[in-house]
Design a binder for this molecule. Structure first.
Ligand code: PMP
Length: 412
């Protein structure tokens, strides 16, 4: 142990405190983590996590696929595989991509251990300390954690009900250029945003891509929720417009199940080669077992019908949440997502959602405070509400409990 007290994680009770790499400082546990442990008690209605409702997937479908894989290709499933992913699955991923308006070739696909790992690999390839990542404000909390762990600076660009605002993006880029900053990429969740619940309009997709093209900024498009729409289909992915300047991330976590830990990236040729090398360096190969079960499932089950089933389940939950908000908190504002898992609630200015959380947990309801989704302390009076996991009855009860907490805070 050395006595160099760098800004590593840990504290003085940790004998290795002085030994951590500087980048480990970004991996500090969230302040609300301890509360979430309490919130996982069954009597607490959790509107906090983003867990898909996996019970909506008949287990027989998975057992059947698993049995077939083990009977017919057991040895291959238990073996290491290609660092780019199982070829048959990469081929099938192209059918999933076609539903998002994307045309790609089987060589374009790199299978990763969930899209979370793709975020890690892209960050490893592109981010040096002090580099800037542009992202929506708010943004996906664990992407922000990864970018910070590579010691990047996160520049949040505001959004409205149509997603990221192009004029604001231009202003931020100009300001950063004037300050001599190096912008590495724009990280965006254009469809059914986590946590904001909004979708980037088609016109803005075109405009934002144009801005990034002209500024030489790579776009990192993260799209886990695009197929989980409630009414009309969302606009096609940004990757449908551009092959060279976009890295697209997809996943089976929300349309099938996150336990498989299988996602993928579509990247421009040169980047793709580096991604495969980075994937191999990190995990040798993504799980053959998981990939082959998914491949079998896509081959034999009605996977599109299953996505429709999920869409129906989440639509009902969203509608329940919105009608409960309308009934109990009519003077507040919230987003109305046309898909995905999340509603973004805005409280009166003077309320602080993080301070309010212990009280909410005492009242047996949990949520994620808005500040978790910003790198710079914004979001104090916002709350992310997830409707994916609790049943409609629990959602209604949860919003009722949340209402009494909010009203007590504001003396109503
Ligand atoms: N990106 C976003 C926006 C997400 O919401 C999530 C999961 N919550 C992920 C990436 C990671 O998903 P995966 O399970 O594919 O790693």
């Amino acid at each position: 142990m050395n006595d160099n007290t760098r800004s590593g994680t840990g504290n003085n009770l940790d004998p290795w405190y002085g030994n951590y790499a500087a980048r480990a400082a970004g991996l500090a546990a969230s302040e609300v983590r301890a509360l979430f442990a309490v919130a996982s008690r069954p009597e607490v209605v959790s509107l906090a996590g983003g867990m898909p409702f996996v019970s909506g997937l008949p287990q027989d479908l998975v057992i059947d696929a698993m049995n077939r894989v083990m009977s017919n290709q057991g040895a291959a499933a238990l073996q290491y595989g290609s660092g780019q992913g199982v070829p048959a699955l990469r081929e099938q991923i192209l059918d999933v991509m076609a539903l998002e308006g994307i045309k790609a070739g089987v060589d374009d696909v790199v299978v990763t251990t969930g899209s979370q790992h793709a975020l890690e690999l892209v960050s490893k390839l592109f981010l040096d300390p002090g580099d800037v990542v542009l992202s929506e404000g708010p943004s996906y909390v664990t992407a922000v954690v990864i970018f910070k762990s590579y010691q990047a600076e996160i520049e949040h660009v505001p959004m409205d009900e149509h997603g990221l605002i192009p004029e604001a993006l231009r202003e931020h880029i100009n300001g950063l250029k004037r300050a001599g900053k190096r912008i590495k990429f724009l990280y965006t969740i254009p469809t059914f945003h986590n946590p904001a619940g909004v979708t980037l309009s088609w016109e803005r997709r075109v405009e934002i891509l144009e801005i990034c093209r002209s500024e030489g900024i790579l776009v990192l498009e993260d799209n886990p929720y695009g197929l989980l729409y409630f009414e009309e289909k969302p606009p096609a992915a940004i990757r449908s417009l551009e092959t060279d300047g976009v890295i697209y991330l997809g996943t089976f976590s929300k349309t099938l199940a996150p336990g498989f830990r299988v996602g993928w990236a579509l990247a421009p040729h040169a980047i793709r080669e580096k991604l495969i090398l980075a994937n191999e360096a990190a995990v040798l190969s993504p799980s053959s077992f998981s990939q082959m079960i998914i491949s079998q499932y896509l081959d034999t089950a009605d996977w599109k019908g299953q996505i429709d089933t999920f869409r129906g389940i989440y639509k009902e939950r969203k509608e329940t949440m919105l009608s409960a908000l309308t009934e109990y908190l009519p003077d507040l504002t919230w987003t109305n997502p046309n898909g995905g898992f999340y509603v973004w609630l805005t409280l009166p200015d003077y309320l602080d959602s993080k301070q309010m959380l212990p009280r909410a947990v005492t009242e047996l309801v949990a949520y994620t405070p808005g500040t978790a989704f910003f790198a710079d302390g914004q979001g104090r009076n916002n709350i992310r509400l997830s409707f994916c996991y609790p049943t409609p009855e629990q959602i209604k009860l949860g919003i009722r409990r949340l209402t009494s907490v909010i009203n007590a805070e504001r003396d109503l």
